[in-house]
Write a new protein. Structure first.
Lengths: 278, 370
């Protein structure tokens, strides 16, 4: 018992900065999630299962997570490409394009949703073209997909961009002198270096899409079993003053999200180990 | 609050604080004693926190003229904009100070929830009595609130009509035509929209009166709905601006407003043979009244809605009000006569709400997997 309970760190400001961090984290993250879990606990596991285990809820959860996954995958590919273009090429308007990548963050999601709906509705500019070939975008699952791609796009680009900036030309040149083709260099040298950052961006994009409500609600059509997203079901339960059921669906979403992010994290750890720390 | 500041000031550096009337605070640093860096950071932080607490606490305080918040539902924006202006003029003419009247609009259910969760509304003017009942259950207003004002506390009423595209290309005349092959119907979601519940009940009433199974009829009707918006205004936008659907089930006032705002050459109003008498009620929220002055203001505001002037404004905004003495005859003559069924016919909201719109209720059964 001779040891002091709290070790003084040689780094100044540890206690203070840790205190502030914990206090802030509690206020804005841990407490709300804790309240949600507490609400769920008071409802009971059986109650949660009964609420979630219904065709309509499963349909909404499946829709939300499936489309979020597709949107995040799309963003993974497109976001890396976009980052590559922005870093590697010099062209007029590059800075404007670079700034525009962040717009989905800045724009209120409702504005984004309404603009997308106006464009892709049957009488909108793109919606008319699509309707001509018998393709429905707004008020169908495609509309939800587009909205989710929109809100998640900056994540991958912004996480990958600094990594591409760090890659030195010499690495590619070395690869070329050793006789690798461009494709081989890309696949075996560059992409592995980008993988951890790209996965982080993918996870962020996925998490963002799963919880998205504001923009999707305008373009989705919201037909139960067809285009009804899980966050809307939560809102509907709240409209009925059914806080327990709302919390139950919220907890289900939280658990699925957590499992998915966990899986992505494991892949990341594995890929880091395989190619070394980048 | 001053104590907090003084304390923080003593612990850190000497500061002179000036609190202005608006709640803003300026701090003048007089002397900064030398100290260890860590301690100084801590002190700086403490005073920053004290300042934040002070700013947060002081902001809402202060003496102002009486204020009033009216929490209302979606399509009443235009109505209450006009009412608030007229009432403020009326209140000042009575020898009072100019009041600050604010109105908030949204889906009726979510507005009620906001009040339950602590939104300080002195007056609620919602789409459904059941939403105000929910607020009453928290004790913020008496259970018999609906008896406090005339006409079930509904200074104006409305009904549900059809808005169709110009020339009525699908030939829609009555509820039965809505389930014809190829007709697309736009209505908001009854789970989230008060107006949509009236839509649903009107369809139900028509089916009852025409010897059809009401449950099968509303089910067939909702199979023709391609988009379920969460509120009445959203549904109007989907129909009018996005060009989706052949017919919009709408509040009568919303339908007339769409004609006025978007153009009479684009839409026609079709009045069905049977519809509902929708009574959007108003109430004073006792639990949120902070002073006698505020109570007087809130009561006068509600009474004003029943005054000939208030009623004339309601008529002008396409609501069916009661007292037409000051209204423009053209505003009154606009409304066609039709058979109206009120909520009592369905057994009152206390019965209808759980039976039809509750979790697993009749409306939920429409959407079962095939």
């Amino acid at each position: 018992m001779g040891r002091p309970l709290i070790h003084r760190s040689p780094m100044p400001g540890l206690g203070l900065s840790m205190g502030i961090t914990l206090a802030m984290l509690s206020l804005v993250v841990l407490l709300p999630i804790g309240a949600l879990l507490l609400k769920g606990a008071s409802y009971g596991l059986a109650g949660i299962w009964e609420t979630v285990n219904r065709e309509r809820v499963w349909a909404a959860l499946f829709l939300s997570f499936r489309l979020s996954l597709f949107a995040a995958l799309f963003n993974l590919v497109f976001g890396v490409l976009l980052a590559w273009v922005l870093v590697r090429y010099r062209f007029p308007g590059r800075r404007i394009l670079d700034a525009a990548v962040d717009l989905p963050f800045a724009l209120p999601t409702a504005v984004a949703g309404i603009s997308l709906t106006a464009l892709y509705a049957p009488n909108g500019v793109f919606g008319q073209l699509a309707a001509a070939i018998g393709w429905k975008i707004a008020y169908a699952q495609w509309g939800i997909f587009i909205a989710l791609v929109f809100v998640g796009l900056p994540f991958v680009t912004r996480t990958v961009q600094p990594v591409i900036e760090e890659i030195e030309r010499e690495v590619e040149e070395a690869s070329a002198t050793l006789g690798a083709t461009r494709l081989h260099t890309l696949g075996h040298v560059i992409l592995p270096m980008l993988a951890p950052a790209a996965l982080t961006g993918f996870a962020l994009s996925l998490a963002r899409a799963v919880g998205e409500y504001g923009s999707v609600i305008f373009i989705a059509g919201n037909i139960p079993l067809v285009t009804e997203i899980a966050p809307l079901l939560i809102v509907i339960q709240l409209e009925e003053f059914n806080y327990d059921a709302a919390a139950a669906i919220g907890i289900a979403m939280l658990l699925i999200s957590f499992a998915m992010l966990m899986a992505i994290n494991l892949i990341q750890v594995w890929s880091r180990r395989r190619i070394g720390n980048v | 609050m001053l104590a907090t500041l003084t304390h923080a000031g003593a612990a850190t550096v000497r500061q002179a604080a000036t609190v202005h009337s608006g709640g803003h605070v300026t701090l003048a640093v007089l002397r900064r004693p030398a100290g260890r860096r860590g301690a100084r950071t801590l002190r700086g932080l403490l005073s920053a926190v004290a300042l934040a607490v002070l700013a947060l606490g002081a902001a809402p305080a202060g003496l102002r003229a009486e204020t009033l918040l009216n929490v209302s539902y979606d399509p009443t924006r235009e109505l209450y904009r006009e009412v608030n202006e007229a009432f403020a003029a009326f209140w000042v003419a009575q020898g009072n100070e100019t009041p600050t009247i604010e109105a908030s609009h949204g889906g009726s259910g979510s507005q009620a929830r906001a009040v339950i969760d602590g939104l300080e509304a002195q007056v609620v003017t919602l789409a459904l009595a059941s939403d105000i009942d929910k607020i009453a259950q928290t004790g913020k207003l008496p259970a018999d609130w609906q008896t406090k004002l005339p006409h079930n506390s509904s200074p104006y009423t409305s009904t549900i009509v059809f808005l169709v595209r110009e020339g009525n290309p699908k030939g829609i005349r009555d509820w039965g035509d809505l389930v014809a092959e190829g007709v697309e119907v736009i209505t908001p979601n009854p789970k989230t929209s008060g107006g949509a519940r009236w839509n649903y009940l009107a369809a139900w009433a028509w089916a009852e009166k025409n010897g059809q199974d009401p449950q099968a009829f509303v089910k067939a009707l909702f199979q023709h709905v391609p988009v379920l918006d969460s509120g009445a205004r959203g549904a109007t936008t989907t129909f009018a601006q996005r060009g989706v659907g052949d017919v919009l089930l709408a509040w009568e006032n919303e339908a007339y407003l769409a004609l006025k705002e978007i153009g009479e050459d684009q839409f026609d109003i079709v009045v069905p043979s049977v519809s509902v008498l929708a009574e959007p009620p108003v109430a004073l929220v006792d639990g949120n009244i902070r002073s006698e002055g505020q109570r007087k203001l809130a009561q006068a505001y509600l009474d004003f809605l029943y005054s000939p002037e208030g009623q004339a404004i309601a008529f002008r905004n396409f609501y069916r009000a009661w007292d037409a003495s000051r209204a423009d005859p053209a505003d009154v003559a606009r409304f066609p006569k039709l058979e109206l069924v009120d909520i009592a016919h369905f057994g009152g909201w206390a019965k209808v709400q759980p039976e039809h719109f509750g979790d697993g209720g009749i409306f939920d059964q429409i959407y079962v997997p095939k």
